[in-house]
Write a protein that binds this ligand. Structure first.
Ligand code: FE
Ligand code: ZN
Length: 477
């Protein structure tokens, strides 16, 4: 039997009628081997024309077989459109600080730290080690368990840690002889020994809030996902236009993995900005910040309109540096088309049931120095500590200004499925306790400043998250 006939007969067995050109198409795709996937795509489609499986067009007409008669029906989708086209968006904002303001009074700071204590102590109490914790005012001789905010961390000449622990009822001095570290302003539980009348607790155990993910099936039926990037830095002379355009063209192609991209997440530093560091104008290609955003908006306008773009700001963007940073202002937002969502930094949102926590990552510069053994090659280690501390940057008074709001938005309330940072222009991915940890790379070559700091960026990497498989692929452009 000739091959073409075999194909037609095979399709007929599944009630699929095709134009002769479709048979040629199937031959091109692999002949009989391609039949099973063709059938799974087009079963119950009735009569299939080549135009209905040709490259994307706005709307195609297909003929649908109904009740024995052939009836014309308009189908909104083209049968070979990328998978991402075929499915609806499922985007929900869970926590977004928005346009917050604070007067910066002492009382505001007290409220912020009290809120942090309340939020984080809740998680610590779940740890069996800390069961039966008391308030500091109630401690008596013997073994004690208390939860508090850490202050005044010092390391003694013998390598022990001394610190003060404070809860709403009081303060105690603590001494910890083991290895480990503590940051000022993190919330921990301690197990220790105390003798009434003395002024110090000997700490045996330090308990951080930590993350425990309730195991649940999070994979979805649809083969769709998100591309995750940050630090585009459009406007900079070091902007890597070639790689960037390669990336944009890949998204536009809807092929080679791009067919699953339903969302593009950009985690801050969209543009290089102006006046971010001394003499920046010498390294700028576009000197007007609005024109920088416009250049980005033009690229994003080229994307297929089934891709939703989620944009959060970073330290180079046109918002205050104090965290949480509000979404980009409306005069910037209006440069973009309707497919773009603007959120704060940090923010928590869900895509098809996957919880995303995105934070640009300014605190990483502090944490890399404060946490022993950290370096810029392994940002995932810092992100793991953030998760264990349940905080994106507890240390107040570092390089990152923090807004004293009545709610601590930097506390990690919800354990994310995907935790994204950027900012340091490195790249790392790791799966940690079922959380996909992504430090996304950049689209800017080494700057003078980075050269001076002896830092080599890792540009052009894209994390491609697949919601159906619950996996992350790393692509290079
Ligand atoms: Fe950046
Ligand atoms: Zn940054």
């Amino acid at each position: 039997m000739n091959l073409k006939r075999a194909i037609v007969e095979e399709l007929l067995k599944h009630d699929i009628l095709v134009e002769p050109e479709v048979v040629d198409y199937i031959l091109e795709k692999g002949g009989l081997n391609y039949i099973p996937s063709f059938i799974s795509k087009y079963a119950n489609s009735g009569f299939i024309t080549i135009s209905s499986i040709a490259p994307p067009k706005p709307a195609v007409e297909i003929v649908e077989k109904q009740e024995g008669s052939l009836k014309k029906a308009t189908e909104k989708s083209d049968l070979t459109r990328p998978e991402a086209y075929e499915h609806d968006w499922d985007f929900r904002v869970l926590i977004d600080p928005g346009y917050t303001q604070s007067s910066g009074k002492v009382d505001d700071f007290r409220a912020l730290f009290l809120d942090r204590y309340k939020r984080l102590s809740k998680h610590i109490k779940r740890n069996f080690l800390i069961r039966g914790a008391t308030e500091i005012k109630d401690i008596t001789s013997g073994e004690i368990r208390v939860i508090g905010l850490v202050n005044d961390v010092r390391r003694t000449s013998k390598g022990s840690l001394t610190f003060e622990l404070e809860d709403p009822t009081g303060k105690i001095k603590c001494l910890y002889r083991d290895e480990g570290f503590l940051l000022n302003d993190e919330v921990v539980g301690i197990v220790g020994t105390y003798r009434e009348g003395s002024d110090i607790v000997y700490v045996n155990e330090i308990v951080r809030p930590g993350v425990r993910k309730a195991r649940r099936e999070r994979r979805i039926a649809e083969p769709i996902g998100a591309a995750i990037i940050s630090d585009v830095h459009i406007g900079s002379k070091m902007f890597l236009r070639k790689s960037w355009e390669k990336f944009i063209n890949w998204l536009k192609s809807g092929k080679d993995g791009a067919e699953i991209v339903k969302y593009l997440i950009i985690d801050g530093d969209l543009v290089d900005g102006i006046g971010i560091y001394p003499n920046q104008e010498e390294e700028l290609d576009i000197l007007d910040i609005y024109q920088q955003y416009e250049a980005l908006a033009n690229y994003l306008a080229e994307l297929p309109d089934y891709i939703k773009v989620i944009i959060t700001p970073g330290n180079h963007d046109l918002v205050r540096n104090t965290e949480p940073q509000p979404p980009l202002p409306s005069d910037v937002q209006k440069l973009f088309n309707g497919n773009v969502e603007f959120l704060s930094n940090p923010s928590v949102f869900s895509l098809h049931g996957y919880t995303f926590l995105t934070y640009h990552g300014a605190s990483i510069n502090d944490l890399v120095e404060l946490i022993p053994g950290m370096n810029y090659e392994r940002i995932e280690d810092i992100m793991k500590y953030m998760l264990e501390m349940r905080h994106l940057g507890p240390n107040y008074g570092g390089k990152v200004p923090i807004a004293p709001l009545p709610r601590d938005f930097m506390a990690i309330d919800l354990v994310p499925d995907v935790f994204v940072t950027g900012h340091v222009h490195a790249f790392s991915y790791e799966r940690y306790k079922d959380v996909h940890i992504i430090n996304s790379s950049c689209w800017q070559a080494q700057t003078k400043y980075q050269k001076m700091m002896n830092f080599n960026p890792v540009p052009g990497k894209v994390a491609l998250m697949n919601f159906q498989k619950d996996t992350v692929r790393i692509l290079s452009f």
